[in-house]
Design a protein around this ligand. Structure first.
Ligand code: HEC
Length: 145
């Protein structure tokens, strides 16, 4: 389920990048599916997250992730995701389609340049709060700390 969702995001990213007319109908169908699923999860989690939890999530993000995922192509995470999803779409804080499961999967498993975070580095409770924060995006500006 998780894997399938990830794969379709990757597929959509590549497809949109090429934007061949012949594949527009296919892409649209795929995207509707993703936006539908993501939108529901997003609405549900956003409603449940308190302002305190969002603040805690933001500070966990700054502490653990921002060195690679800050806005700007000099950050390797943002650069890699801009390449994948398109210019201006690389910063995690600007995303409106992240879900807690998706974030958790990447944080625990890592990928490419991104390290996996073990429980000793970011425990389950912290990861939950962090994943909910990112899923409640887009966030207008990254907090200073
Ligand atoms: C050392 C740099 C680095 C750190 C630290 C890092 N990341 Fe990443 N992250 C990356 C890179 C590079 C990618 C792209 C990986 C790829 O697809 O090859 C990535 C991808 C991701 C993705 C996948 C996004 C998508 O839509 O494909 C998520 C989610 C993510 N990171 C979340 C986080 C979170 C949350 C943290 C902090 C706990 C974090 N990352 C810390 C470098 C980093």
């Amino acid at each position: 389920m998780m894997k399938a969702r990830f794969m379709s995001e990757v597929l959509v990213g590549r497809r949109v990048g090429r934007c061949a007319l012949a594949s527009v109908l296919m892409s649209a169908t795929l995207m509707l599916g993703i936006v539908g699923a993501g939108g529901t999860a997003h609405a549900a989690s956003a409603a449940a997250v308190s302002p305190e939890a969002l603040e805690k999530g933001a500070s966990l993000f700054v502490k653990n992730c921002i060195m690679c995922h800050e806005r700007g192509m000099e950050h390797p995470g943002t650069a890699a995701l801009s390449y994948l999803y398109g210019k201006g779409k690389g910063a995690l804080a600007d995303r409106d389609n992240l879900t807690p499961d998706f974030v958790r999967y990447f944080v625990r498993n890592g990928r490419g340049l991104m390290p996996a975070f073990r429980i000793g580095e970011l425990n389950d409770e912290e990861l939950k709060v962090l994943a909910e924060y990112l899923s409640a995006g887009p966030h207008p500006a990254t907090p200073a700390k």
